[in-house]
Design a binder for this molecule. Structure first.
Ligand code: ADP
Ligand code: 5GP
Length: 195
């Protein structure tokens, strides 16, 4: 029995642990294709082009945007981010599952275009925990942390637009919950191709 490819979208406020969950999830599995986003943000010291992101200048990004090469795109904290459309569509057509890890504006755009996707909202246990994580991560200035905390309050209000909510309290438990969602969705009759 074969199966349709499923699009999984992991989203939530900045600093909630989306990237950490994605990494842990993928460490043990190769049965899900991860989309690599395009961004105008400069690479961080440990980041490689084509591995972490496709890094590009604003002119190249806008050109791709106007050509319709992105499934979604959004300005996130003063940089542009976009999901390359062809990668996602080609994998889904081939029956492969795809994972996007994107911000909330982007997830809402994807939901408009691909409502059959599975939308997972990663929530912090408390707003205080989110602040602690952003500080602990050590990648953002104080101003940028304040900006992220201010956005978080509005972002949390989009939780009901998602199919699932996973509270990232204990990391291992949160990863298990996301895995459980993936496993359950793969068993749904609507995702099976019954011949
Ligand atoms: P995001 O990708 O959502 O912006 P990150 O994955 O970069 O967030 O995580 C932000 C910080 O929170 C990192 O320092 C990470 O190690 C930490 N973190 C992630 N999950 C947990 C958790 N369950 N408990 C405590 N700290 C966590
Ligand atoms: P960072 O610059 O810290 O890697 O990512 C900043 C934010 O941009 C995170 O919330 C991340 O999920 C989001 N992001 C990464 N790639 C994309 C993308 O392709 N589209 C959208 N909308 N957001 C993205």
């Amino acid at each position: 029995m074969s199966r349709k490819g499923i699009l999984f979208v992991l989203s939530g406020p900045s600093g909630v642990g989306k990237g950490t969950i994605r990494e842990k999830l993928l460490a043990d599995r190769s049965d899900i294709q991860v989309s690599i986003s395009a961004t105008t943000r400069p690479p961080r010291v440990d980041e490689l082009n084509g591995v972490h992101y496709f890094f590009m200048d604003e002119a190249s990004f806008i050109l791709k945007q106007t050509r319709g090469e992105f499934l979604e795109s959004a300005k996130v904290y003063s940089n542009m981010y976009g999901t390359p459309r062809n990668f996602v569509v080609a994998n889904l057509i081939n029956g492969k599952d795809v994972l996007l890890e994107i911000d909330i504006q982007g997830a809402l755009q994807v939901k408009e275009k691909m409502p059959e996707g599975i939308f997972i909202f990663i929530s912090p246990p408390t707003i205080e925990d989110l602040l602690l994580r952003l500080c602990k991560r050590g990648k953002d200035s104080l101003e940028s942390i304040e900006e992220r905390m201010a956005s978080c309050r509005e972002e949390m209000s989009y939780m009901p637009d998602y199919d699932y909510v996973v509270i990232n309290d204990n990391l291992d438990e949160a990863v298990k919950r996301v895995e459980a969602i993936i496993i359950a969705e793969r068993c749904k009759t609507r995702n099976l191709i019954l011949e």
